[in-house]
Design a protein around this ligand. Structure first.
Ligand code: SF4
Ligand code: SF4
Length: 225
């Protein structure tokens, strides 16, 4: 098992623990707004304007409002904290980017106004072969080969010079300036943001679990309301 795989397995175990805690926490908050003495369950079907129905409406508001705002605020905090760390210039993120979309699909998305796809295709081009991508970060490619369902496409940026410098630094797109903007992304071992990622990892997992639980409740509540 390579180090990336070990890292991801440890993440999965930790995530399971954190997820269960978040379920309890959110469930507690939804129970706190339950009408006193009411014995029904949140996801049961109730007639409009009944006690149970009003509880469901309040629960949906709580999930969409206060709880979602907390997640957003905390995410902004951990992203702002990233500025305390710095890029070490290893250039791995310029040499290897991956996407579930092919270059043609990304181009199409960009044409249809997708901002991320527009920026991505403004700098990245596809590798001709997986072996070229593998040479950049072998452990990562090996992991993706075994674990990811569906297609993964690998890209690199031709604006990178041989001495690992960005030849168009002043005009690099926002996605380059913001990297890494996903606290749960796998980062290369030498990345200067690994320490940031490790430090905020439990919070990032907690936020991810909260988003999953919020979405679950929102979907279920929409079915019964
Ligand atoms: S534009 Fe510059 S910073 Fe962005 S991926 Fe290319 S080389 Fe890297
Ligand atoms: S992988 Fe990390 S350290 Fe390397 S260039 Fe990208 S941001 Fe900088």
């Amino acid at each position: 098992m390579n180090s990336v795989e070990q890292q991801l397995n440890a993440q999965k175990t930790l995530y399971r623990e954190i997820f269960l805690k978040s379920v309890d926490e959110i469930q507690k908050r939804l129970d706190e707004i339950k009408p006193a003495g009411f014995s029904g369950e949140l996801l049961d079907k109730y007639v409009p304007a009944s006690e149970g129905y009003i509880w469901q409406e309040k629960a949906l508001n709580l999930l969409n409002g206060e709880i979602s705002q907390e997640v957003f605020r905390k995410l902004q905090e951990i992203l702002a904290y990233r500025d305390m760390f710095k890029c070490e210039g290893c250039a791995t993120c310029c040499r290897l980017a991956c996407s579930e979309f092919s270059y043609e699909e990304l181009k199409e998305k960009a044409k249809n106004g997708d901002k991320f796809a527009q920026q991505f295709t403004s700098v990245f081009i596809p590798y001709e072969t997986i072996e070229e991508a593998e040479a950049v970060y072998p452990a990562y490619i090996e992991l993706l080969r075994g674990k990811v369902e569906g297609d993964v496409y690998f890209y690199h940026c031709p604006k990178l010079t041989e001495d690992n410098r960005c030849s168009d630094y002043e005009n690099r797109p926002q996605i380059c300036r913001d990297f890494p903007d996903n606290p749960l992304a796998v980062l290369p071992e030498k990345c200067g943001y690994r320490a940031w990622k490790d430090e905020i990892n439990p919070v990032a997992l907690m936020l991810h679990s909260m988003v999953e639980i919020i979405d679950f409740y929102k979907d279920k509540l929409k079915e019964v309301l």
